[in-house]
Write a protein that binds this ligand. Structure first.
Ligand code: NOJ
Ligand code: CA
Length: 708
């Protein structure tokens, strides 16, 4: 009765209960409630269409104790201020899945005061129509200036034993197949999920990486990730599987610390994207929207790229990155390569590169990547060696100037390769010279790589220090008008909005793994729900010869996909950077299928997700920027499946010709991967299509407007 009376008085007199704050999404589907627990611990709770998605979960930061920090930012808080605001703006990305993006949210910023320490912490929540984001902000204040994070204590309390699409927690690699299981099964399945890539002992048998995709029994799709990871360590999630409760687990540095901070500062955004329709998860632009607008004044030099490369022949083991087999060890500046014989299998020879340039020019590609062009590859791995490469000294059989001139004569751009071998300081020492060398020799994009253990020794691929390195490399590249595609770097968190010269990342299990024993056939139906939510992936699709022993008899791998599935990836795995990864000889064997790779666009004005279920299938239609042409891609998991589509995304009244590249009748990723059909049909926006996809298969469609 007393409470009721108080509530009525509050309403009548406009009192605000500072202990419980509510925030609604613009469409009111989401409600987030923020409260302080009895002991002053910040707590939030999220509902979607009236149902709980995140049960009451606590927030806070545990600090490393020193003489200044005796108490963490976990409890004993009172709310001293709150600010609400709304934001609605439409912005245009330099490249993307669509030419304009709406950023619409309601915001609540709660200022918390810790009495004993007289410290302040702000927690800012943004509620979009596709989910919730929040971050910790540490305003400038006299009692919290420098501090070290021991652990971030952000909870995500699940409502049940959901299905998860997960990869094991790991501070160094994301190159895993996804495991699909109940949350309660993660612990048992963890050793099997982990055993492919034993970079390190796991930090927990229930530790997983973000972006984590979840599905509830009731059919709700939930994605946990982060946005705008800058000057902070990358977040993993550790599951308390008794209570179905995830807690953040930051990547430690070499000393085991998780973040060196100086106020004013803030954490990245923690994101919870939610929908009862899987297609909406794929269409969500929340991660990009949480990043700052573009910081580059001139972006005219940033261009989507379709490329080929002297690459697959090395990945399969047919050719080598190294020049010679005569030297078990080399030292830059000491080893004289002119005194040793080439092994005859070196991929990056002038002659071979010219062949790829010819192929690129004949088939309308933009660029050619060449790996293994520079001195040092003979002992690049496993030595914990600091000075492996200098990024400017070519092998004797790679003529930089002749290749530059030849590429220019054919209007082909060269794409540089910087394998750092994890020696980050060495890369930073050489970076300016390396970027200058690129500009002088006609390279305006670089594929960088971080294979192996990081140097300085003890650092991890995803800690704060190296997150800052990836950012440094990106910003430095922008000064030189260079586009970056970083492999083995931290998984992206939408930073390409702010720095659109980040045109690609690997940071997941890519197409190369088809030559390293093969990936799960449904892998590509999960990636768009996980890794791709943070930014585009240089997946390197387009493998036409699945029997890898045809490239290299010693390599018994088999790619787990059909040719039609590989074509579809150019549409389903969005990226402004797409490689035709196979060798010219294999494309020449299947010219009618190769035609799709030649035709498909790499930049889009619209994208419509037509069908989607993580682990099973996804179909997307995209409109090529600046044209009336559309491309559709479907990828399919383990079970054959029929898609039923209406092409209602096409413009009313217009006529088009659709070319459908589909799995052949008995196609199958294992037994018959190269069976496909190509057929042409007239279509309009009323056309319906029923199309079978094989196990591990799919289809690709180009829909070109009839102009006569
Ligand atoms: C791993 C990368 O993912 C791959 O693309 C590259 O060829 C090798 N490292 C060598 O740098
Ligand atoms: Ca890799």
């Amino acid at each position: 009765m007393k409470h009721l009376l108080f509530a009525v008085l509050c309403i009548l007199f406009g009192f605000q209960n500072l202990h419980a704050q509510q925030l609604k999404s613009p469409n009111e589907n989401f409600i987030m409630e923020f409260t302080l627990a009895q002991d002053g611990t910040p707590t939030y709770h999220l509902t979607y269409k009236g149902k709980t998605v995140i049960k009451p979960s606590t927030l806070g930061i545990e600090l490393k104790e020193d003489k200044n920090n005796k108490k963490s930012l976990l409890n004993d808080f009172t709310i001293i201020d709150k600010k609400t605001s709304s934001f609605d703006e439409t912005w245009k990305p330099v490249w993307g899945e669509q030419s304009s993006i709406r950023n619409h949210y309601n915001e609540l910023a709660v200022t918390l005061h810790q009495k004993e320490t007289e410290r302040q912490l702000i927690i800012t929540f943004r509620l979009f129509n596709d989910g919730l984001a929040f971050r910790y902000e540490f305003p400038a204040q006299k009692n919290l200036i420098y501090f070290v994070i021991k652990e971030e204590k952000t909870q995500f309390a699940m409502t049940g034993d959901h299905t998860a699409f997960w990869i094991p927690g790991d501070y160094d690699t994301q190159e895993y197949d996804y495991t699909t299981s109940k949350l309660s099964e993660i612990r048992t399945l963890f050793p099997k999920a982990k055993n492919r890539n034993l970079a390190q002992p796991p930090f927990s048998l229930t530790g997983v990486q973000t972006s984590l995709m979840l599905k509830t029994k009731e059919g709700l799709y939930i994605n946990l990730h982060e946005a705008a990871l800058l000057n902070y360590s990358c977040m993993h999630l550790n599951l308390d599987d008794k209570n179905m409760l995830f807690e953040s687990w930051l990547t430690p540095d070499a000393k085991g610390d998780k973040g060196y901070m100086q106020a004013p500062a803030h954490s990245p955004w923690r994101t919870i994207i939610v929908s009862d329709d899987a297609r909406e998860i794929l269409a969500s632009k929340m991660t990009l929207n949480l990043n700052e607008p573009c910081k580059l004044k001139d972006t005219s030099w940033i261009k989507p790229i379709k490329y080929v490369g002297v690459w697959w022949e090395m990945i399969t083991g047919k050719s080598t990155w190294r020049f010679t087999d005569e030297l078990p060890a080399v030292q830059l500046g000491v080893t004289d390569y002119t005194k040793v014989k080439t092994n005859g299998r070196h991929g990056a020879t002038t002659e071979n590169v010219k062949k790829y340039i010819d192929f690129a020019a004949t088939h309308g590609f933009d660029a050619v990547l060449v790996e293994g062009w520079n001195e040092g590859w003979e002992d690049w791995l496993g030595r914990s060696k600091d000075y492996v490469f200098d990024f400017v000294t070519p092998y004797p059989d790679f003529d930089v100037k002749a290749i530059r001139d030849y590429a220019q004569s054919k209007a082909i751009k060269m794409m540089m390769h910087h394998e750092t071998s994890g020696s980050v300081r060495n890369y930073e020492r050489h970076m300016d010279k390396a970027y200058q060398f690129m500009k002088e020799n006609g390279y305006d994009a670089v594929k960088s790589g971080y294979v192996g253990s990081i140097l300085p020794r003890g650092e991890n691929h995803y800690s704060q220090w190296i997150v800052n390195h990836y950012q440094y490399a990106l910003e430095k590249a922008a000064e030189y008008k260079i586009m970056v595609n970083a492999h083995e770097a931290v998984r992206p968190t939408g930073i390409c909005r702010t720095y659109p010269n980040l045109i690609g990342n690997e940071s997941a299990r890519g197409g190369e793994c088809e030559a390293f024993g093969g990936s799960n056939p449904n892998h590509v139906t999960i990636l768009p729900f996980t890794r791709l939510l943070g930014g585009p992936m240089d997946y390197t699709p387009g493998i036409f010869e699945m029997d890898i022993s045809k490239m290299n008899p010693r390599n018994k791998s088999h790619a787990n996909c059909t040719i039609a599935n590989q074509l579809a990836l150019y549409v389903t795995l969005y990226s402004p950077l797409q490689m035709a990864a196979d060798v010219p000889e294999n494309y020449n064997r299947f010219p009618d299928a190769f035609q799709f790779i030649k035709d498909v666009a790499v930049d889009w004005s619209e994208s419509h997700y037509l069908e989607a279920e993580p682990g099973q299938y996804l179909t997307v239609a995209r409109k090529a920027k600046g044209t009336q042409n559309w491309f559709v891609g479907n990828v399919n998991g383990y079970e054959p499946r029929i898609s039923t589509l209406t092409l209602s995304f096409l413009e009313k009244g217009k006529k088009y010709t659709a070319t459908i590249y589909a799995d052949g009748k008995d196609a199958n990723y294992k037994t018959n991967p190269q069976a496909y059909t190509v057929r042409k049909i007239p279509v309009t926006n009323k056309s319906k299509l029923s199309q079978l996809s094989a196990a591990g298969g799919g289809y690709a469609i180009s829909i070109i407007e009839d102009t006569k």
